[in-house]
Design a protein around this ligand. Structure first.
Ligand SMILES: Cc1cc2nc3c(=O)[nH]c(=O)nc-3n(C[C@H](O)[C@H](O)[C@H](O)COP(=O)(O)OP(=O)(O)OC[C@H]3O[C@@H](n4cnc5c(N)ncnc54)[C@H](O)[C@@H]3O)c2cc1C
Length: 387
């Protein structure tokens, strides 16, 4: 655990330690890369060790050991697929659970482009959780709110990164809360940068962060351009309705994101990038489904769904009524989706990027760390032109 070792690979920034501390003596401090880490006020600490017990890095509990049921699926409505990151599995999950009066916690954009965990009780609220936001979300003190719901016998569905799901479960375990009424959905994750990086990038892109109102930013663009859908492109829509397609050729954030340039250090040593899962249901992209099953060729996205617990499996009867589905096996899932077997390897120039960022615009820091020398850049452009 970071609090005892000081090793940044041992902190995923979930804030569970801050929420559990009975003395309220853990605060958060940003490091020079603008990632937050907990700091203990040693004079107030009573050494109860609840922070250690609640740290997902030191206490993770896996629900399945290679026994997950594996499916791929796409939602039966094209509109839903278009409004989702992959094949719309999350929509099928919340539509199923809304009928059973679940309360939802997921990740949405706040008004000024902050990525936060929040509550939703209606279909409209859940729609805000659709689409991946490629920024580490602020867990926003939701663990204690979920504890409150469960104590009141309310039903809750939480979705987040695997480390955030593990943090919630460890938090509830430390508080001895029964989890019969809790469904945990984790996304397959290859890492996330922090909010500071997105803020710096977006303010440079649109002139100033105060101009941000009315913009829409969508990390998974599904509108075809240059004749095809590029699954690694985003779309930004201005308040006047102008659409900008952003991809790794023309946009520094997208290039850095897919280039693994600026993730949190712990993402490169992720303990959850494995077939055993902490959640009831895991959702991700069914990469390469069209290679192995051409009839599943869907440019708009297909979901990979892992049912990891009896609770997850029992929900699937209703979920699959809303989706076209196909049963797969865990070996196929692991072969086609790297984050089910190993953590992301960080970009070799990650440190250079962060040191350049101190005195340079975001775009310059990305290009100087990723594009190599002027000679190599020119050579690459000529090669692209010739092609
Ligand atoms: C940072 C990040 C990295 C990812 N990396 C991979 C990957 O390497 N391989 C892969 O197969 N899939 C990855 N995904 C998952 C994938 O992009 C889709 O989110 C997932 O397949 C669900 O798609 P959907 O169509 O079912 O649902 P959607 O309707 O798109 O639902 C999105 C779900 O993701 C949650 N969510 C959105 N943003 C965040 C966030 N910042 N942090 C935590 N939860 C969030 C929402 O709460 C909601 O439950 C990643 C997602 C994120 C956010």
């Amino acid at each position: 655990m970071y609090l005892t070792s000081g090793d940044k690979l041992e902190c995923c920034g979930c804030k569970a330690c801050v929420e559990i501390c009975p003395q309220k003596c853990i605060s958060l401090k940003e490091d020079n890369e603008h990632f937050i880490y907990p700091v203990v006020n040693k004079t107030e600490c009573t050494h109860c060790n609840l922070c250690e017990k609640t740290c997902p890095i030191s206490s993770h509990i896996f629900k399945s050991s290679n026994k997950s049921e594996v499916w791929v699926g796409r939602y039966k409505s094209q509109n839903v697929i278009f409004d989702s990151s992959s094949g719309g599995a999350y929509t099928a999950i919340y539509k199923t659970l809304l009928k059973e009066n679940y309360i939802f916690y997921g990740v949405r954009w706040s008004e000024n482009f902050q990525v936060i965990h929040d509550i939703a009780k209606t279909e409209q609220g859940c729609e805000n959780f659709r689409k991946s936001k490629y920024v580490l979300s602020d867990t926003n003190k939701v663990f204690s709110k979920i504890e409150g719901h469960l104590v009141n016998s309310e039903k809750v569905c939480f979705s987040g990164t695997p480390c955030q799901c593990a943090a919630l479960l460890a938090y509830l375990n430390s508080k001895h809360i029964r989890c019969d009424n809790l469904i945990v959905v984790d996304i397959i994750c290859h890492g996330a940068p922090n909010q500071y990086l997105f803020d710096k990038y977006i303010s440079e892109k649109i002139g100033s962060k105060s101009n941000i109102t009315g913009y829409i930013y969508n990390f998974k663009n599904k509108t075809p351009y240059s004749g095809k859908v590029n699954s690694r492109s985003a779309e930004m829509i201005s308040p006047q309705g102008e659409s900008y397609i952003l991809d790794s050729q023309n946009d520094p954030f997208i290039k850095a994101y897919y280039g693994r340039l600026f993730y949190r250090p712990a993402c490169g040593d992720c303990r959850f990038a494995r077939p055993e899962r902490v959640s009831d249901i895991t959702i991700g992209d069914a990469w390469h489904i069209e290679r192995d099953y051409p009839e599943w060729n869907s440019l708009a996205g297909v979901s990979l769904i892992l049912l990891n617990s009896p609770k997850g499996k029992s929900l699937f009867d209703d979920i699959k009524k809303q989706m076209e589905v196909k049963k797969m096996n865990i070996a196929w899932a692991v072969e086609t989706n790297a984050q089910l077997s190993k953590p992301t390897q960080m970009h070799p120039k990650r440190e250079k990027f962060f040191s350049l960022l101190e005195n340079n615009p975001f775009e310059v820091a990305v290009s100087k760390s990723m594009d190599g020398s002027v000679f190599r850049r020119v050579a690459r452009r000529i090669k692209r032109f010739v092609k």
